[in-house]
Design a protein around this ligand. Structure first.
Ligand code: BGC
Length: 756
């Protein structure tokens, strides 16, 4: 009893003195002892000299002088061993205490070897592959001097109008959590001091993917139970996986901007989740709290620090106002020491305090970056990300001896292949589709025609072209382009049309209210189909599109996202059948924008619509069914799979035990293929309205023609838990239905009961 009291008192002491109940690092404490208030504040400042993509209106000035003065804790937009060495020398040789810098970067989907956009990668449902891409990204980025990455982005989103869905893993909290963990593990591995690993940042805490109207940076308003059950799990999964830092989001939560939200950054992140790394703001998001209506720069900087923010990205509100706030008694030196400690601890974890130049090995870029092996991984990752949305008469795969009309504004394009948020990549290194076709099918007769502009709307094109020309409107008229394409199509055996979005039509500040393929290309598609030739669409986009019209046409459709540096080769691998597509959607595709948000895990209402037919006084629309055009988990293959013997091995599950649910999957076609076997549950009675279905497990398997495999899922009480009205994580006893299949649109197979 006495011991117990003592430890409570000790913990209370730690809590009261603003300290974390975690081990202190002597090297860090010794530094803190020596630091002046100004030097501590200096550590909280993250600047960019503007080498990368500036996503706000400010780029830092006088960065060199500020580093020398000890006013900078980290920089981003600086790369290459030489430049990073120079930056470190400025800090180490010139500032009073010689504390090295964090060198950050947005390595979102690969460094120089660009992998598919994250939404594409998520469609692989292959955690080992995703981890491997993150590991390679870390190896390349660290070879170029980077030690801290602003990824993974794990914002759940059910709104394809929002352009940044391209950067995330889709709509589902369970799958999103698996991917968050895989990426953190890939970037950080087991040992951050190892020079091939870099510190990861989970972003954007929190709920950034749920802006009103799908408009980027817009407000978010959400109940706590929805947050906890449907949006927060991936951030928590990253924290549980040991992520080194967390980035706040631009939006507000409960009316308080995330960057200054104490409930979010301290009560939830630190106290409830036990996060012990550091928190960085998003680009000038401290300053943006002024526009949010939170006061002037001094007010918002103090508010952010007190909420639990440790590092201020680009805005310099911390640098310019915190000292004054200490003098005026608005923040304590203790609070600043706590934040500085967290930054120094990160530097310690990376081994920078012992060796500031460990990421400045000039021999590494040559050995580690864009190697043949890395490009092979990019090619494989891309093939695994493609989703075969629709089959028509086995138009795909195409024979390598066919006479092919390769048509479309993205068919011989290089500038859009990497996708959005690939600032470290070089689009000139990417393989256009035409080149990939020639590489993979040298004996095919391939004729290319552009056929259409990505869009004919020059005002829209200008907005998309902020980072350089992505949409180029031809000097030739739309009719000339079309007629040429039709001539080529008519002279061919098969038409492959590569169409869709330019890379910057999705991504940051790229929200759309019309998510169809642009009209210029829709017209091309209609006219190609009218030739009577077999037509397959290879569709590129950074988001789910409304392809209701194209789904009705007699075409096959392969969704290729923006595939990365090996785009053309990977598309050719799948179009010609060397690789059988196996991706599954991680976001539902709507029938029209009016259906948004449409997602598989919605709640059952008091007036459910029993069928797709309209019924008065049921929850449905007059004009479209409730179901999406293409559901979460959907994706076809060149072969077919049959599910049989689906069963639960017991009718009951006792807490502490496990229950097996199994199924046999058979490849009933003539090609080897991969299938993502998915297990969903539905909690029949619980204290909060349950989702219709909830993914709790999946497994990706490979099957040879005729081969069968039994997939076994072991279900425990942990898989049945949810956050109740008191935000306790519980499983409530009672009946659970289960569903097994290769899409979320799979049938109920039976039920089991969770006992008390
Ligand atoms: C984005 C972040 C990014 C940061 C730094 C911001 O605009 O929201 O995701 O990490 O810029 O480039």
């Amino acid at each position: 009893m006495k011991n117990f009291n003592l430890s409570v008192v000790f913990l209370l002491f730690l809590g009261l003195s603003g300290l974390q109940a975690q081990e202190r690092i002597p090297q860090v404490e010794a530094l803190l002892e020596k630091m002046t208030l100004e030097e501590k504040i200096g550590q909280l400042n993250l600047l960019t000299p503007g080498g990368g993509i500036a996503t706000g209106s400010v780029v830092s000035e006088d960065v060199e002088a500020k580093i020398k003065a000890g006013n900078v804790g980290g920089v981003f937009g600086v790369s290459s061993p030489e430049r990073v060495r120079q930056a470190q020398e400025l800090a180490v040789k010139n500032s009073r205490l010689g504390i090295p810098l964090l060198i950050g970067s947005d390595v979102i989907h690969g460094y120089k070897t660009t992998f598919p956009i994250p939404l594409g990668l998520s469609s692989s449902w292959d955690m080992e592959l995703i981890k491997e891409t993150a590991k390679v990204a870390a190896k390349e980025a660290t070879a170029d001097g980077i030690n801290w990455n602003f990824s993974p982005m794990v914002d759940i989103s059910r709104d394809p109008r929002w352009g940044r869905v391209a950067e995330g893993a889709g709509e589902d909290a369970y799958l999103g959590s698996q991917i968050a963990r895989a990426m953190v593990q890939g970037y950080q591995q087991d040992d951050l001091t190892e020079p091939h690993t870099m510190m990861a940042t989970v972003k954007h805490l929190a709920l950034y993917g749920a802006p009103e109207g799908g408009r980027d940076y817009n407000r978010v308003d959400m109940s706590r139970t929805k947050m906890f059950n449907e949006y927060l799990p991936p951030y928590k999964a990253a924290v549980d996986a040991g992520v080194g830092s967390v980035m706040t989001s631009f939006n507000d939560i409960d009316g308080v901007p995330a960057t200054g939200n104490k409930w979010l950054l301290t009560d939830l992140l630190r106290e409830r989740w036990g996060f012990d790394g550091f928190v960085v703001s998003d680009y000038t998001s401290v300053n943006e709290m002024i526009a949010h209506g939170m006061g002037d720069l001094q007010d918002v900087s103090a508010m952010a620090l007190k909420a639990g923010l440790d590092m201020d990205m680009v805005g310099e509100g911390f640098l310019t106002t915190l000292k004054k706030s200490v003098e005026e008694g608005r923040v304590s030196e203790e609070e600043i020491t706590t934040a500085a400690r967290r930054i120094l601890e990160a530097k310690h974890k990376l081994g920078l305090l012992d060796d500031p130049y460990k990421y400045s090995d000039a021999s590494r870029p040559e050995k580690d970056i864009l190697t043949e092996e890395n490009r092979q991984l990019a090619r494989r990752a891309a093939t695994q990300s493609f989703v075969f949305l629709k089959d028509h008469n086995n138009i795909l795969p195409v024979s390598k001896r066919a006479k092919i009309a390769l048509i479309g504004p993205l068919a011989n394009d290089q500038s859009n292949m990497l996708g959005t948020w690939a600032p470290t990549g070089d689009f000139k290194l990417s393989v256009p589709v035409l080149e990939g076709f020639k590489n993979v099918a040298p004996n095919a007769q391939i004729t290319y025609a552009k056929g259409a502009n990505i869009t004919n709307d020059s005002v829209f094109a200008k907005k998309v072209n902020v980072f350089g020309p992505k949409v180029e409107i031809s000097d030739r008229s739309p009719d000339e382009l079309l007629q040429e394409a039709l001539r080529v199509a008519k002279a061919s055996d098969v038409v492959i049309a590569v169409v869709g979005e330019a890379s910057e039509m999705s991504g940051e500040a790229a929200s759309r209210t019309n998510i169809q393929i642009p009209e210029s290309q829709k017209r091309l598609i209609r006219e190609l189909v009218a030739t009577g030739k077999p037509v397959a669409l290879v569709l590129m986009s950074g988001r789910p599109l409304d392809i209701s019209e194209e789904m009705e046409l007699p075409v096959s459709i392969l969704q290729a996202w923006h595939p990365g540096v090996e785009a053309g080769n990977a598309i050719a691998d799948v179009v010609f059948g060397d690789v059988n597509p196996s991706g599954k959607l991680t976001m539902s595709w709507p029938r029209n924008v009016g259906q948004i948000p449409v997602y598989y895990g919605s709640r059952i209402t008091g007036r459910p619509a029993p069928t797709e037919e309209f019924q008065k006084f049921k929850t449905n629309y007059l004009d479209v069914p409730n179901s999406p055009l293409l559901p979460f988990g959907h994706g076809l293959s060149y072969t077919t799979f049959q599910y049989s013997k689906i069963k639960a091995h017991s009718e009951t599950l006792r807490p502490g035990d496990s229950l097996m649910i199994s199924t046999t999957v058979t490849n009933t076609g003539e090609r080897a293929g991969q299938e993502v076997v998915q297990l969903y549950i539905h909690d029949k009675v619980r204290s909060l309205t349950p989702p219709k279905k909830q993914l709790i497990a999946f497994e990706k398997i490979v099957l040879q023609p005729g081969e069968s495999k039994t997939v076994k899922f072991s279900v425990t009480v942990e898989d049945l838990k949810f956050y109740n009205g008191q935000l306790e994580y519980v499983a409530e006893p009672g009946e659970f239905e289960f569903f097994v299949g290769g899409t979320s649109d799979c049938e109920m197979q039976g039920s089991f009961t969770l006992l008390e």
